[in-house]
Design a protein around this ligand. Structure first.
Ligand code: PMP
Length: 302
């Protein structure tokens, strides 16, 4: 069966979902999107979409900041995600891209017409099985900031900053990179937020450190407090704190939790750290529907 996509209100084969090259989404990256995950539980024979309400809330906020004219209700935004996953009959872990884009023949300042696509894809763990984690650089590229292009908006064009950092890291023999913000403190990865562990405390940069308001970041903060009784502190993080941290990890819907093994070749750990492991295990239990306490974070597809 060819993969199906939700496109402008219809469910169609993915190859038939095309946009005009002159549309502002095509020319300027004028689109807002979410990357969600769905987890197949072979015991309950159910596929759970993780924190769908929170992703839809953030999608709407991104559309608002971009002044997109959108006409979708919460019900439509949610139902269309479930419909397209169902139509593909997935019985495995998936990622879902939900994008509202500027269509038509306007320019970068147009507010409409907007359209939407939703594309689910089969996807297991983001990190290859032969890797324990990532070796990272500190990017020589500064993270975009709220006075230029806000990282709080999940807009396609923002990922050109991510691209520059990621490619620079790869070209220099790293797996990924960590950006500093315009104040010179730690912001985030190209597609993930950053946590560090120092003296058994979990620390992450604040929402004003040029970061996306990551749903996984909020999730981990809650898991740490409520499941693991670990203190979480939101505060500015200096570059050299990464070098001497006990543990560092990336988090995000797609990447889940990925240990950072070194930063700028300063070794942090050879394998996943013990607190990172606790968080990762708790997270993966919750997303797959194996922790009843957090069942309200899951939307059943079938
Ligand atoms: N920062 C950036 C730049 C991202 O692209 C992502 C992935 N969406 C994240 C952080 C993590 O966000 P979330 O936990 O909501 O997936």
């Amino acid at each position: 069966m060819s993969r199906l996509i939700w496109f402008k209100g219809d469910i169609i084969p993915v190859d038939n979902a095309t946009v005009n090259v002159l549309s502002p989404t095509s020319q300027f990256g004028a689109n807002v999107f979410e990357g969600l995950r769905g987890y197949w539980n072979s015991g309950t024979k159910q596929l759970y979409i993780f924190r769908l309400d929170e992703h839809i809330d953030r999608l709407k906020k991104s559309a608002k900041m971009m002044q997109f004219d959108t006409h979708y209700s919460d019900y439509d935004l949610k139902k269309s995600v479930i419909d397209i996953v169902k139509a593909n009959a997935f019985k495995e872990d998936i990622v879902i891209r939900q994008t509202i884009f500027l269509d038509g023949f306007g320019n970068w300042a147009s507010k409409g017409p907007t359209e939407m696509f939703i594309a689910p894809m089969a996807k297991g763990r983001a990190i290859p099985p032969n890797k324990n984690g990532f070796h990272c650089s500190i990017s020589s590229w500064e993270r975009i900031n709220d006075n230029s292009i806000s990282p709080r908006v999940k807009v396609g064009a923002n990922y050109i900053n991510s691209r520059m950092g990621q490619l620079d890291a790869i070209n220099n023999g790293f797996d990924s990179t960590i950006f500093l913000n315009s104040r010179g403190t730690v912001s985030e990865g190209p597609g993930s937020c950053v946590f560090i562990v120092r003296d058994n405390q979990l620390i992450t940069p604040p929402l004003t450190a040029s970061v996306l308001e990551s749903i996984t970041r909020f999730t981990i903060m809650q898991i740490a407090k409520e499941v693991l009784a670990i203190d979480v502190i939101e505060r500015e993080v200096d570059r050299t704190e990464l070098y001497i941290a006990d543990e560092v990890f990336f988090c995000g819907s797609a990447v889940e939790i990925i240990p950072v093994l070194s930063v700028d070749r300063y070794a942090i750990s050879e394998n996943i750290g013990s607190i990172t492991q606790l968080i990762k295990s708790a997270y993966l239990e919750i997303v797959r529907g194996n922790n009843k306490k957090f069942a309200h974070w899951l939307t059943k597809v079938y």
